[in-house]
Design a protein around this ligand. Structure first.
Ligand code: COA
Ligand code: ZN
Length: 311
């Protein structure tokens, strides 16, 4: 039995935050369906932000409802505040991912409040979650700009760990450490992820990398060394925060699955099916920049041999 590693598709959320085309809900759902057929089980399907802040997500309820009805999918959604969480709770979304930023300046730019106010909002979200009857809703807590910020520069590792500990204490079910602007390097990732994991153990910790400076997959291997086994990624390497100057795409889903499988992990996902889906998604988004090496070069002939040899 190979050890499992989870690749969570965030294309229908992070991937389309900055694209020029407003995708119809049916296409967003076709993206989700295609990813599920390719073996991806967790997808961040939309974002509960005001439509005037990001018009792409004006159909958040419709997409979430469609995703909830999709067999084989565990959908999650992003929320920036209590109002967003209430919208997600009302629909019965099983995993709700909250985001705040370790950088004060990015937190102000992104959600128009201090990081401390965002922490207090998370406490209100957790309390609202706890009061709900029925199955417990999983709360992910994302720490954006954890490796540095294009507005303010360096972000203190001690501050990131402190925020992670506070979120854990408030009722987060998972901590997601995010390199929003691609400032992280493998040494920093190994150090910070080791520290966060040690500080919040046994809570699961995931990573959300952007490949802005070409270190995205190197950072995945460093995070694996530190013990991380869940990674956000976007098909075709799309993505980026509209409120972080210079932001570009997430690590590419197909390349991330390829890397993890080559290293002997079981992702459950099929790279070739992901590449086929990616071609379809590309055709829906004229004028965008896509990245990804496997889509360009194809899988090596040694791929299946090494994946099964590790089994
Ligand atoms: N969904 C829908 N409507 C919302 C909402 C949400 N999550 N949060 C607030 N609103 C509405 C309020 O009800 C209010 O409506 P009204 O004007 O009709 O009364 C209005 O939006 C302003 O509310 P307020 O709480 O003052 O928000 P704000 O203007 O301070 O903006 C955020 C705060 C968090 C809503 C906004 O900055 C935001 O959406 N940021 C997200 C950015 C993002 O998605 N970044 C990329 C992902 S990292
Ligand atoms: Zn992101």
């Amino acid at each position: 039995m190979r050890e499992k590693a989870h690749v969570r598709e965030v294309g229908p959320r992070d991937g389309i935050q900055m694209v020029k085309t407003i995708l119809p809900s049916a296409r967003k759902l076709a993206w989700c369906r295609g990813a599920v057929e390719a073996g991806i089980r967790e997808i961040e399907v939309t974002s509960f932000v005001p439509a005037k802040v990001i018009p792409q997500f004006a159909d958040a309820e419709e997409v979430a409802r469609g995703a909830l009805a999709m067999p084989g999918l565990r959908p999650s959604v992003l929320v920036p505040n209590l109002k967003g969480a209430e919208r997600a709770f009302a629909l019965g979304v099983p995993i709700v991912n909250y985001v705040l930023s370790a950088s004060e300046e990015h937190n102000q730019a992104n959600v128009r409040r201090s990081t401390e106010e965002s922490l207090q909002d998370f406490a209100r979200i957790a309390a609202a979650r706890d009061q709900r009857p029925g199955a417990r809703i999983g709360l992910g807590a994302g720490i954006a700009t954890a490796f540095g910020c294009t507005i303010s520069g360096a972000v203190s590792e001690a501050r990131v760990v402190e925020i992670a500990v506070r979120l854990a204490g408030m009722g987060a079910d998972e901590i997601i450490v995010a390199d929003t602007v691609g400032y992280g390097d493998p040494g920093q990732v190994r150090r910070l992820m080791g520290a966060v994991i040690a500080a919040v153990r046994p809570l699961p910790v995931a990573c959300h990398f952007h490949d802005t400076r070409g270190l995205g997959l190197a950072n995945v291997t460093a995070a694996l060394d530190a013990g991380v086994r869940a990674f956000d990624a976007s098909l075709a390497g799309l993505g980026g925060c509209p409120f972080a100057p210079g932001a570009t795409g997430n690590i590419d889903t197909e390349d991330t699955v390829f890397l993890l499988e080559q290293l002997g992990f079981d992702t459950g996902a099929d790279v070739e099916r992901l590449v086929a889906l990616r071609r379809e998604v590309e055709s829906w988004l004229p004028g965008e920049r896509f990245s990804g090496a496997i889509a360009r070069a194809g899988l090596p002939k040694t791929f299946r041999v090494s994946a099964s040899a590790a089994a």
